[in-house]
Design a protein around this ligand. Structure first.
Ligand SMILES: [Zn+2]
Ligand SMILES: [Zn+2]
Length: 105
């Protein structure tokens, strides 16, 4: 095996694909590189960045829930307006006051 000169598919510049590199690629069953060293490095850096940004975008879309019937109510403690999903027998409290009541014992 001997050194070969390949043409970069990205910048059209020629680069040397050395005999030892060829052996390395052949050993691992890789295809010959289509890009020069600097273009490969740039591509690798760009790919890593796009992988990170795509993590949050790959979440499955939530199914829209059927609207539940709600009733207007106001908190007996602080008077805050809210909507409750069912009719309460006891006077309603907003989540904040509800928790306070429990944490106070
Ligand atoms: Zn290149
Ligand atoms: Zn309240």
């Amino acid at each position: 095996m001997q050194d070969t000169t390949l043409t970069c598919g990205a910048c059209s510049g020629s680069f040397v694909f050395t005999a030892s590199e060829q052996a390395y690629y052949a050993e691992r069953g890789f295809q010959f590189p289509k890009r020069c060293r600097s273009c490969r490095q740039a591509r690798r850096r760009g790919r890593r960045r796009s992988q990170q940004s795509s993590i949050s975008g790959s979440l499955p879309a939530m199914k829209p829930m059927a609207p539940r019937e709600t009733y207007p109510a106001s908190c007996v403690e602080c008077g805050e307006d809210m909507k409750i999903p069912f009719r309460l027998q006891s006077p309603p409290r907003c989540p904040g006051c509800f928790c306070e009541e429990y944490s106070a014992g």
